[in-house]
Design a protein around this ligand. Sequence first.
Ligand SMILES: N[C@H](CCC(=O)O)C(=O)O
Length: 288
Amino acid sequence: MYSSSIFEGNLDDFSNQEPQRAPIGIFDSGVGGLTVLRQLYRQLPNESIVYFGDTARLPYGIRSQAEILQFTREILTWLQQQQVKMVIMACNTSSALALETVRQEFSVPILGVILPGARAAVQMGKRIGVIATPATAKSNAYKHAILEINPNVQVWQVGCPEFVPLIEQNRIHDPYTAEVARGYLEPLLEQEIDTLVHGCTHYPLLTPVLRSLVPSQVQLVDPAVHVVVACAQELDLLGLRNTHPPLPTRFAVSGCPQQFSQSGVHWLGHTPLVEQVCFTDIAISQLQ
Ligand SMILES: N[C@H](CCC(=O)O)C(=O)O
């Protein structure tokens, strides 16, 4: 069931066809990227997708910039080997800490989530709260992006170290999660924010909990929606939009495929077939 063999032949399929038919690669540390995947299904239903979750090394949000950069390079190398036509970093932490560097190193177009999220936020409000992983919050990536677009708004950021582990453990509806969320939101609500940005792709999975804790007039921004709008524009610009029926989404993880499959069913509505990727194999194949 969790085999990689089911995908044998896909590489040939993509390479023998026109570039429009190649898949879009997306990656995250875990299930967070599924929020971007859902948007791809909604907005770009003809696109084939390769999804990678670096589950053996999550959470990313407490990692150093050097680690995030190394992981991102490894994942992009693997995605390029899968002959993707474009990559979406479905991960704010990688977008904050690695995007600028890897864009200069890889030829494939790479989109990050932060700029589309920042653009959406400034269109919605003037007192903007950002909840993010500790690494993203510390990088000030959202604050800089938002203030560059509009220096007249105010931005407050909160690092939320407990959210990703709770989401990965599927503890969304655990009362403890609401308690933790209340603590993270408190300093933002004290500032009377009018807009709250999900600065981590895992967090839209917490929307029912967060929505119940913030006043109804506070708008929630999900950058996943906006990065896929940007992706559609980029595909059109490059003449890469697929008009043929897509291939089934290919899921790969660095950790336990069965575990990802079990969490994935929750968010996808079906049990995904998941293969395991070992990055030492990639390093070895590159040396040969
Ligand atoms: N979902 C990712 C990574 C979260 C993590 O692994 O800490 C993000 O948007 O930042």
